[in-house]
Design a protein around this ligand. Sequence first.
Ligand SMILES: [Zn+2]
Length: 252
Amino acid sequence: MTYVPTPSVFDKVARKLRRFQNVRRLNFDIETPIISITFDDFPKSAVDIGAREMNARGLRGTFYTCAGLAGQTNHHGRLFDPEDLPRLEAAGHEIAGHTFDHMDCLTLSDAALERELSKNSATLKQMGVKQSVDNFAFPFGQNSAALKARLGAEFKSLRGITDGVHAGNADLNELKSCGFYSGTAGRVIKRIENLKARPAWITIFTHDIQDSPTQWGCTEVEFISLLDAAELSGARIMTIRDALKTLEADHD
Ligand SMILES: [Zn+2]
């Protein structure tokens, strides 16, 4: 069964408050927008189609990876193989963290969370990843003020799934991100088109890319339309790591 967290009313209030708690604010002033395209978990189709299309255009993305999902199959279809990681790295993509077993961090004790993080980094290394795992995305977007502080001390940034763009500043302990799915593709592309008028940093995430995608994925045609819109917008298309480097240089 696919795990989907079911937030209580308390959780919904906590989510609203979290925006103001344990914030690690990065201020910036950019004239050229930045788009970061990211993949979560990640399905084999994110490599076979996503990375292939990005490579063909000289673009790089961020792959938030759960090493424990390697070689498995779930509702997204077949997931990545360990051999995909060095190939992605060689092409310049970023490998980032997402826990070992794709765990809802809110359900983990401190010790279990620590194990999930260290096991993921160690296994990624065994699978041939040479870069350090500097950035992290919360599985299911599930986090808390305490997790923001705890994980914020370990990673350069933490990405959530709260929809939005970063205009002038970002909370590095919970980056906003726009889910690019068949159901949202048109809206996200509109946002990208609007970047010209108001330069901002936008992060985008998706999962499977296939003919009949899950509700958290898109088709190949939709993914290509995302890349077309991103290139047409004149934005710099960068991994999370490179976007942070660029924005930090603009830090006031
Ligand atoms: Zn995930």
